[in-house]
Design a protein around this ligand. Structure first.
Ligand code: NI
Length: 138
């Protein structure tokens, strides 16, 4: 069980002003909350850098009329079956599809999958959202 600890931080005045401006823009309600968010962001980034098991979501938008595109995307996803937890396909309109592919695995495998999808002809947008399994975060 975690317990709350208070600590003082010495900062250059201009750096603190920049931090407060950042808080104002991100909508964090106070410095403690903003600092907690920054620490968590950095811890998640470190999980990716260190090659731990991470989680993420790959969001893909494509026009399904592009020749062989759907088959290619299915084939790519079958190749990565060991890291794909689930996927959801939404028919955005008559021409466009959106897929959200939820992944869990090594950063290398997840990034390779996102790169393959991104490089597929006919994919209009591909976004890898990098997050954590939550195992090492409190
Ligand atoms: Ni569709």
């Amino acid at each position: 069980m975690s317990s709350l600890v208070r600590f003082g931080v010495s900062l250059d005045k201009s750096l603190l002003e920049a931090f407060d401006a950042l808080i104002h823009n991100t909508g964090d309600s106070n410095r403690s909350e903003a600092l907690r968010d920054l620490i968590r962001e950095e811890l998640v980034r470190r999980e990716w850098r260190e090659g731990r098991i991470v989680a993420g979501a790959i969001t893909v938008v494509y026009g399904h009329h592009t020749r062989e595109l759907v088959q290619r995307l299915i084939s790519i996803q079958h190749d990565a079956g060991d890291i794909i937890i689930s996927s959801q396909h939404v028919h955005l309109d008559h021409d466009n599809c959106l897929e959200v592919i939820v992944v869990k695995g090594t950063p290398q495998a997840v990034e390779a999958l996102a790169s393959r999808i991104k490089a597929t002809r006919g994919v209009k947008h591909c976004l890898l959202s990098m997050t954590t399994t939550g195992k090492h975060l409190v």
